[in-house]
Design a protein around this ligand. Structure first.
Ligand code: V1S
Ligand code: CA
Ligand code: ZN
Length: 397
C-alpha cells in the first residue's frame, strides 16, 4: 500500500461513517451513496488516511438538528418510513407517481426510504463534529465528503437534501468564530444556506451555479440577489451570487473564482471558511452542464486553502460516481499537501477498481471541452466581477 506523509505544520481531520453507504434513494434516483464508497476506496488505497486524523463520526441528535430545523420537521423525519408514510399522510397516496403533494418537501426528489433518519443524522453528525474540531483548534482543515446538502430548509426537504448539515456546522463555527465565509461550487445554487443566513453580516454566502430561472433547479441565485435590500438590515450585500451558463471551462472558472473570492476574503476577513465541493460542476456529470476537469475543480480547493484560514470542506452533489470519487480524492490530496506526489495512475490494488475502467484508470480523465460549448463569454465573466466588486464596496462603508 502507498504511504503519504503527514502535512507539516497543520492538521487535517477526516470525518466519516461508512454507514451512509448503506442507504439508497431508489433505483432511478441520481443520488448514489456508492460515490462515497468509491471516494473512500481511493483515499484509503492511496494511503491518504495516514496523513489525516480519521474519526468515525456519530449520528447527530434530534436536539442538534433542531438548532436549525423545526421540531415538527425533525419529528417527522425521525418517524417516517416507506411503510407508514401513506398511513400518516393519506393525501400522499393519491398521486400516480409515488407522492402527489408536498408534505415537508417529500416527493420524487426527496423520497422517504428505509433508514432515512439514520442517513441524515449520520452525514450531519460528521459536519458538526468537523466544525467542533476546528473550534477546538484540534484541526486546521476538517473534511466531510458525505455532507454538503445545501438545499434543505428549516421545515422542508428539497433537492435530495433533508437536513442542512452546512447550516448546522456554520452555527457551531459561529460559537467561536466571528465571521464565516461560505463558498459553494456545486453546479446548483446553495439556496438553503443562503436563506438561513440572509439577514446576518456574520456569514457571507458565495455560490457559483448554473442559473436559468425557469429551467434549472432550484431557479434562484441571480447576480442581483445580494441580501436584504433594506439599508438597516445587517445582511445587505453579504450574499454573493455568481450565475453561469452551460459549458464553463477550467480557465474561465479559475479566473472568475479568484476574482470573486480574493476580494471577498480581503473585505470580509473571515475567521473560518466552509467550502462546499459539489462535484456536479464537473464535465460529464449526469445532472450538471459545466465542463470542469478534476484539476479545474480542485484549483478552487487549492486557492481557498492557500489563505491558511480554518477550513471545513464538505461534499455535495455529483452524479457520475466515479468522477465524484476522483474529484474528492484529488481534493483530499490537495488538502493534505500530497497532490504533487500522488500517482495519477490509480493504485493497482484497490477495491472497486473496475468502476474507473471507462476512462482508463487515471485520476485525471479529460472531462472538458468537447461535449458542450462554453456559453460564458469573457464579457459575461467581466460583468460578474465588476458587479461583485461594486457590491463589496457597499460593505466597506
Ligand atoms: N436536474 C435534475 C433533477 N433530476 C431529478 C430526479 C431524477 C430522477 C429521480 F428519480 C428523482 C429526481 N431531480 C432533479 C432536480 C433536483 C436536483 C437536486 C440537486 C441537488 C444538489 O446537487 O444540489 C445537492 C445534493 N429537481 C427538479 O428539477 C425538480 C423537478 C423539478 C423535476 C424532476 N422531478 C423528479 C421532480 C420535480
Ligand atoms: Ca453552487
Ligand atoms: Zn448540485
Amino acid at each position: 500500500q502507498n504511504g503519504v506523509a503527514r502535512p507539516k505544520g497543520y492538521t487535517v481531520s477526516w470525518h466519516y461513517n461508512p454507514s451512509v453507504e448503506n442507504h439508497h434513494f431508489g433505483q432511478t434516483h441520481p443520488m448514489k451513496p456508492w460515490r462515497l464508497t468509491l471516494t473512500k476506496s481511493l483515499v484509503l488505497s492511496y494511503g491518504m488516511h495516514q496523513a489525516m486524523d480519521s474519526y468515525v463520526s456519530r449520528a447527530a441528535t434530534k436536539e442538534e438538528l433542531a438548532e436549525f430545523h423545526k421540531d415538527e420537521y425533525v419529528d417527522f423525519l425521525s418517524v417516517a418510513t416507506p411503510q407508514n408514510i401513506y398511513e400518516m399522510y393519506p393525501e400522499l397516496a393519491t398521486g400516480t407517481l409515488g407522492y402527489s403533494s408536498h408534505i415537508f418537501g417529500v416527493g420524487d426528489d426527496c423520497p422517504i426510504f428505509d433508514g432515512l433518519f439514520e442517513f441524515c443524522s449520520t452525514y450531519t453528525g460528521a459536519s458538526i463534529d468537523a466544525a467542533r474540531k476546528l473550534c477546538a483548534k484540534q484541526s486546521d482543515i476538517a473534511i466531510n465528503w458525505s455532507g454538503g446538502l445545501h438545499h434543505a430548509k428549516k421545515g422542508e426537504a428539497s433537492g435530495f437534501c433533508y437536513v442542512n448539515d452546512i447550516v448546522l456546522a456554520i452555527l457551531q463555527l459561529l460559537r467561536y468564530h466571528s465571521r464565516v465565509l461560505y463558498i459553494d461550487i456545486d453546479v446548483h445554487h446553495g439556496d438553503g444556506v443562503e436563506q438561513a443566513f440572509w439577514s446576518t453580516d456574520r456569514v457571507m454566502c458565495v455560490s457559483f451555479h448554473k442559473y436559468d430561472k425557469e429551467v434549472f433547479f432550484p431557479g434562484t441565485g441571480p447576480l442581483e440577489s445580494t441580501g436584504p435590500i433594506h439599508p438597516d438590515n445587517p445582511g445587505k450585500n453579504y450574499t454573493i451570487n455568481v450565475p453561469l451558463n452551460d459549458g464553463i471551462d477550467d480557465e474561465s472558472y479559475d479566473y472568475l473564482f479568484r476574482n470573486v473570492i480574493d476580494p471577498a476574503i480581503k473585505i470580509f476577513h473571515p475567521t473560518a471558511i466552509v467550502l462546499q465541493c459539489g462535484a456536479d460542476s464537473l464535465g460529464h456529470d449526469r445532472l450538471g452542464c459545466f465542463n470542469l476537469n478534476i484539476r479545474g475543480h480542485g484549483a478552487c480547493v487549492s486557492f481557498v486553502k492557500s489563505y491558511g484560514i480554518p477550513l471545513l470542506v464538505v461534499g455535495g452533489g455529483g452524479y457520475t460516481p466515479r468522477n465524484v470519487a476522483r474529484a474528492w480524492a484529488h481534493e483530499t490530496s490537495i488538502l493534505i499537501g500530497a497532490d504533487r506526489t500522488l500517482d495519477p495512475a490509480l493504485p493497482e490494488h484497490m477495491p472497486h477498481r473496475d468502476a474507473f475502467r471507462k476512462e482508463g484508470f487515471t485520476l485525471f480523465p479529460n472531462l472538458g471541452g468537447w461535449r458542450r460549448e462554453n456559453l460564458n463569454s469573457r464579457a459575461d465573466i467581466e460583468k460578474i466581477i465588476r458587479h461583485v466588486r461594486e457590491q463589496l464596496a457597499g460593505i466597506r462603508g
